[in-house]
Design a protein around this ligand. Structure first.
Ligand code: GDD
Length: 329
């Protein structure tokens, strides 16, 4: 069995590669990386995966990657995934996320390959959701509130269209927020944890910089998410779309409170206007009964444990404070 993971050096990609390499010791796992990709997340995978240099925005590069890997399964995880950044660079977000996926589909067609393709959509696609619509089901209206969310709606629809038009076996997932150690420091739970680790080491004053604390998100541990991605590919129905979530909502203010309890220092809160978005999704709480009944998946790791693991991850990485005093001998 050949498996191709785009974005293998990223947060989710590296966990998925670890999970699949343990589950299928005889599988060949390939991953696309760019020449400038950071590979520290792949340390544990040394010798277990094959990396292919590939720019997903370049059709010939994608075609070559498919020719080299001859995948039975493609997990398409590579994306510009930071919502806030999509407001600053909307064009780049749309081009990166849509072109990359289009190139994968077109390369499959050009090579007459029919691998199962899992498309990593997002709960952000639902965007503005009304109280009466909670918890969110797959049939809910899509009202995206950021260029990132629009790009994910586009990816989602493209997956549907290529399934219908060309019978490519595409399975779309809409994962709600997911986290764990290695999570990029720009995302809220990781950013706040990193700030706390820096406060504990005395690098920054004990004042947590925050944006919108009223938003509510549905968190699942990344180690549960990658199991879901495999099950989606193995047991999902091509052409269908599945929510993947825990079904439990946390206000961002609750994350602050949890970190205050875990912290070794007393933390004050400071609002930072630069962390606010032109529009923010107020609430995302999902219903993944469709996915559960199809695959038997259920998340196992509680968010409290995920958050503690992220904090410990940063505690191990944040350097000790460098003394500014110079000693004269
Ligand atoms: N990043 C960040 N930094 N967000 C903050 C901060 C802060 O200092 N303070 C408050 N927030 C709020 C944001 O405004 C948002 O409402 C919420 O915290 C979560 O923000 P992010 O962690 O950046 O994640 P996201 O929900 O916008 O998007 C993530 O989840 C999506 C799935 O729903 C990303 O992982 C996306 O790629 C993913 O598709």
């Amino acid at each position: 069995m050949n498996i191709l993971i785009t974005g293998i050096s990223g947060f989710v990609g590296s966990y998925l590669a670890e999970y699949l390499s343990e589950k299928f010791s005889d599988a060949s796992i390939f991953g696309t990386i760019r020449w400038r990709s950071r590979t520290e997340n792949l340390v544990a995978l040394n010798g277990k995966i094959k990396l292919i240099e590939c720019d997903l925005k370049d059709f010939s590069s994608v075609k070559l990657a498919l020719e080299q890997s001859k995948p039975d399964y493609i997990f398409h995880l590579a994306a510009q995934s930071y919502v806030a950044s999509s407001f600053h660079a909307p064009q780049d977000t749309l081009i990166t996320n849509l072109t990359s996926e289009l190139n994968i589909f077109e390369a499959c067609r050009a090579l007459k390959m029919f691998p199962i393709v899992q498309i990593a959509g997002s709960s952000e696609e639902y965007g503005l959701v009304y109280e009466t619509e909670l918890p969110i089901k797959e049939e809910n209206a899509l009202r995206p509130l950021s260029p990132y969310a629009v790009s994910k709606v586009g990816q989602d629809m493209l997956g549907f269209q290529y399934f219908k038009s060309y019978k490519l076996p595409i399975i779309r997932t809409r994962a709600f927020n997911h986290s764990g150690p290695r999570r990029g420091y720009v995302f809220v739970e990781s950013n706040f944890s990193k700030q706390v680790a820096e406060m504990e080491k005395g690098i920054v004053p004990p004042v947590l910089k925050v944006g919108n604390l009223s938003a509510i998100r549905d968190y699942t541990d990344v180690r549960d998410i990658v199991k879901a991605y495999w099950l989606a590919a193995e047991k999902g129905e091509p052409g269908e779309v599945y929510n993947i979530c825990s079904g439990k909502g946390y206000a961002i203010s609750a994350i602050v409170e949890m970190l205050q309890k875990l912290s070794e220092v007393k933390i004050a809160i400071e609002s930072d206007l630069s962390r606010m978005r032109p529009s923010d999704v107020p609430v995302l709480i999902g219903d993944c009964s469709k996915f559960k009944s199809r695959t038997g998946w259920s998340p196992e790791i509680r968010f409290e444990k995920t958050l503690e693991d992220i904090l410990n991850y940063w505690r191990e990485r944040v350097p000790e404070r460098i003394s500014t005093k110079t000693s004269v001998s």
